[in-house]
Ligand binder design. Structure first.
Ligand SMILES: Cc1cc2nc3c(=O)[nH]c(=O)nc-3n(C[C@H](O)[C@H](O)[C@H](O)COP(=O)(O)O)c2cc1C
Length: 196
């Protein structure tokens, strides 16, 4: 199932950028670990400061033993709809990097920026593979950290639901109205020549 996108771009861009959007209604289509890894593969190729590759992923497929703790770590409003997704991916990043000259790891100022780049590639690749993604910042950080055995010096940024789109009418009424691709600010409000 897919909803035709009402989005239009002001310049010629690949349709994948408009076709990616974040539904809340997922159907029961399951995902294999091979399919999920094919989606994560694109994230692996994101650019990062000093090629430190700080992104980390912990995933669960609906019905496996890791699902209840990760799904249970979402805020109730997200648990409500994310329970029908095929996969949940916890996106974290390692906050330090080992200098190229060696020595102890030092703080990596770019870890969150770089994890964001990885998330974007993950989402676009999922779209190209026929899946939908929905990132969630609404989670209990301590619960998710415990669920995934979060390593030291690592922070969780989001949990991403991935699945096939389901019908909007299974959602609570308030969410049904939001079940469509959203617009964007014009580029003129965001991009400036030389000075903001
Ligand atoms: C870091 C991040 C956190 C988000 N947190 C939530 C969330 O907790 N619950 C939710 O329903 N949507 C969440 N969203 C989805 C955004 O609301 C959505 O991406 C945004 O409205 C743009 O819509 P689109 O993704 O359909 O283009 C989050 C998105 C991002 C990137």
């Amino acid at each position: 199932m897919s909803t035709p996108s009402p989005r239009t771009a002001d310049a010629a861009i690949d349709p994948v950028y408009l076709n990616r959007w974040s539904p809340r209604s997922f159907d029961d289509t399951p995902m294999t670990e091979t399919e999920l890894k094919a989606i994560l593969e694109a994230a692996r190729w994101a650019p990062s400061a000093m090629n430190a590759q700080p992104w980390r992923f912990a995933y669960t497929l609906r019905g496996d033993s890791a699902w209840p703790a990760i799904h249970g770590g979402l805020v109730p409003g997200n648990q409500l709809w994310a329970g029908k997704a095929a996969a949940l991916v916890v996106i974290a990043s390692y906050t330090k990097l080992t200098p190229p000259t060696g020595g102890d790891p030092v703080p990596n100022a770019s870890h969150a920026f770089d994890a964001g780049a990885a998330w974007a590639l993950l989402a676009l690749n999922a779209t190209q593979q026929g899946w939908f993604t929905h990132a969630m910042g609404g989670f209990d950080a301590a619960a998710i950290a415990a669920a995934v055995n979060l390593p030291a010096d690592t922070v969780v940024h989001a949990v991403v639901a991935i699945g096939k789109q389901g019908p909007a009418d299974v959602l609570p009424e308030a969410l049904q109205a939001r079940e469509k691709p959203s617009p964007r600010h014009p580029l003129s409000a965001l991009a400036f020549h030389g000075r903001f």
